[in-house]
Ligand binder design. Structure first.
Ligand SMILES: [Mg+2]
Length: 164
């Protein structure tokens, strides 16, 4: 079975939009230092209470698991240990036994596991570039269907028919 790694933020839930909106409300200058501090100190219970699933993502994940075509894991960057804890609790509301791999933000997702021959679904092109360079198969998740050079999807269950 193919190893399939699915990003969380901006793929399963719209937490990118929610956190950007929270950041903008603070009126701070948009720079790396401010973003970094903001994400390290963010209350993820608050964030996830404001988030919505993207295009039936939880149901799509269930369908993907039931297709038995993939070993599925959720691969998510985290800026703090609290973020990891809250995300695991959130995912466990939907799936009791799906594998969850939190990756410290300072480390590449590609450096956490073997990318070769495995599929990564992510909205962030930098992650896809690293995965592709390591011999993995990159798929972009984008609601505008802009693949930036990669196959692109805007809902997760179409993955089932992309692989035979
Ligand atoms: Mg993402």
């Amino acid at each position: 079975m193919t190893n399939l790694y699915i990003d969380f933020d901006g793929v399963i839930v719209n937490s990118i939009d929610v956190t950007y909106e929270m950041f903008d409300k603070l009126g701070l200058e948009r720079n790396e230092e401010n973003y970094s501090k903001f994400y390290r100190e963010l209350d993820w219970n608050d964030v996830l209470s404001k988030c919505e699933a993207i295009h039936d993502s939880w149901k799509c994940l269930d369908k993907i698991i039931k297709s038995k075509k993939f070993n599925v894991a959720i691969l998510t960057h985290v800026n703090s240990l609290e973020e990891a804890v809250v995300k695991v609790h959130e995912i466990r509301k939907h799936f009791r036994d799906i594998t969850i791999i939190p990756v410290p933000k300072a480390i590449s997702k590609t450096s956490m596991l073997k990318a070769e021959g495995a599929v990564l679904v992510d909205d962030f092109v930098h992650n896809l570039d690293e995965w592709h360079q390591a011999g993995g198969y990159s798929i972009r998740f984008d609601l505008d269907m802009d693949g930036k050079g990669y196959p692109v999807i805007d809902r997760l269950d179409v993955l089932i028919d992309m692989f035979d």
